[in-house]
Write a protein that binds this ligand. Structure first.
Ligand code: TNX
Length: 498
């Protein structure tokens, strides 16, 4: 008998010899109310059975917290009855997500096969990033993406809240940002921003799905929009290589930028007013953000000299550390000797590093901190598929197949580091070409499932199921569940869909 399919692959999964658990609309869900509500919603969507978490009856599904085992871990036993125990509320939530993936339909109706699963995450940080700056995405879209990511056991939502094209969160300390710099998106599309209530709403919604929000304000480059609001903080735009190569025009100071070039903007590094701004922005965000991380960006600051960049990174990371938060920065910030020691580096180079990007990433580990891995040629969800929707970019080693997204091992990317140096894995979704939830679904699914497996599952080679052949078979069985949840995935021909 073939093993039930689960993505991301659990640390241990054994087929049971007992009876499957039969689902009917009579079954009782007993135990933790939040978990019962989550399971009811998933099973109702998948089966159409009219379950209610208040249903009474014998047998059924038991959902309990038992405080043993690592954080976020869970155990499932199906043997006539189904029992899910979590080491904490997050673990129970993940057990419920796994249970929903196990549901199948056979000749006698809906069932969950007899199975025993013991599961815990490999990495503590399992992130998705959404760029809401290039195209603004409303609260409802963000919530839908949270729901989707949570089904794959992601626990962090990184919001890229500012870029050359717009500033997307209201701050009372700097009201002109949203007043003057949020009105447009790439290509003349409408802009938008989150009010403070919107932001709190997102944070709470994420928390209810066991996800933490990581706000990013991208500095000191990617800041053309800051200049619309506070022109005294911005250097004049420079004609970057990227603009020159793509035949674009020099962006105009004070006018919204609707193109997709990078590297032309910088804050003024030698002006104290810049650091007052950084302190205001991160100070206010710290107060709105219960999670431990504030992301200062730091990528592609090509309009800033290396010395100035180092100076800026040192001061900005110190400001965040002094707020009691953990700074996060793209790997370029590792070139700054004075970056705050606690800063987590986010590596966006290739699976096989080029141009010394791995050296910059290693610097964070030498400082005693850790890395988040986001290899662009594997898990940048905005890269084109080899064949599929016209959406996406292709700068990261060309289009990214589902197999490319799967076939990398986190501990092999940066030589000399091991699991203890890796905080986690994050799959970014940049949105130059991505305008709607449908676009997000198409680009993310199924590749986001490969990122989830890198973030959660045992290392490549640790299990005979941690292979591309196994993954593509397992992912194929998730099609009906995804469809039932309204996820318009890309039906890649690399997968045989159930
Ligand atoms: C690079 S990689 C960027 C973003 C773009 C993205 C598009 C990195 C940290 N920055 O500014 O949106 O490529 O794929």
């Amino acid at each position: 008998m073939s093993l039930p399919a689960v993505v991301p692959l659990p640390s241990s999964l054994e087929a049971g010899s007992g009876e499957p658990f039969r689902l009917t609309d009579e079954i009782a869900l007993r135990g933790e109310a939040d978990a019962a509500a989550t399971l009811t919603a998933l099973l109702t969507a998948r089966t159409g059975l009219a379950l209610s978490s208040a249903a009474s009856g014998t047998g059924g599904v038991e959902l309990r917290i038992e405080r043993r085992g690592p954080a976020e871990s869970y155990r499932i036993t199906v043997d006539g009855a189904a029992v899910v125990t979590g080491a904490d509320a997050a673990g129970l939530f993940y057990g419920v997500q796994t249970l929903a993936q196990l549901v199948t339909r056979d000749a006698d109706g809906w069932a969950i096969p007899a199975v025993r699963i013991d599961d815990a995450p490999r990495f503590a940080y399992r992130g998705v990033m959404l760029d809401v700056a290039r195209h603004f995405h409303p609260v409802e879209t963000v919530k839908a993406y949270i729901d989707r990511a949570a089904t794959l056991k992601f626990n962090a939502l990184h919001l890229h809240l500012s870029d050359d094209q717009g500033w997307r969160v209201h701050l009372d300390s700097r009201p002109r940002l949203t007043e003057l710099a949020s009105g447009t998106s790439v290509g003349g599309d409408p802009g938008g921003f989150y009010t403070k209530d919107d932001y709190r709403d997102i944070v709470e919604y994420a928390a209810s799905r066991h996800m933490v929000v990581v706000p990013e304000v991208d500095l000191p480059g990617h800041t053309h929009a800051v200049g619309l609001a506070y022109p005294e903080l911005a250097e004049a735009p420079v004609l970057s290589d990227d603009i020159r190569e793509t035949g674009g025009e020099l962006p105009i100071a004070g006018a919204p930028y609707e193109g997709i070039a990078v590297g032309f903007s910088s804050l003024r590094i030698h002006d104290e007013a810049t650091y007052d701004f950084v302190a205001d922005v991160f100070g206010e965000l710290a107060g709105m953000t219960p999670g431990p991380y504030l992301h200062l960006g730091g990528d592609e600051a090509l309009g800033t000299s290396a010395e100035d960049f180092a100076l800026f990174v040192e001061r900005a990371s110190d400001i965040i550390a002094d707020l009691g938060k953990t700074p996060v920065a793209w790997h370029e910030a590792g070139s700054a000797k004075g970056v705050a020691d606690t800063t987590v580096g986010q590596y966006w180079g290739y699976v096989t590093p080029t141009d010394g990007m791995d050296d910059k990433a290693r610097a964070f580990v030498s400082n005693g901190s850790q890395l988040i891995l986001s290899p662009a040629d594997a898990i940048y969800l905005d890269m084109k598929y080899p064949s599929g929707p016209a959406l996406g970019l292709s700068w990261a080693n060309g289009p990214t197949s589902v197999e490319d997204a799967y076939s990398w091992e986190p501990s092999d990317v940066i030589a000399g580091i091991d699991d203890s140096d890796i905080l986690g894995v994050e799959a970014p979704m940049w949105t130059e070409t991505i305008r709607t939830l449908d676009d997000i679904d198409l680009m993310a699914f199924p590749r986001i499932a490969a990122a989830a497996e890198a973030a959660w599952s045992p290392a490549t080679g640790a299990s005979e199921l941690r292979t591309w052949e196994s993954f593509r078979a397992r992912v194929g069985t998730l099609g009906p569940l995804w469809t039932s949840l309204g996820i318009g995935f890309h039906p890649s021909d690399e997968i045989s869909w159930a």
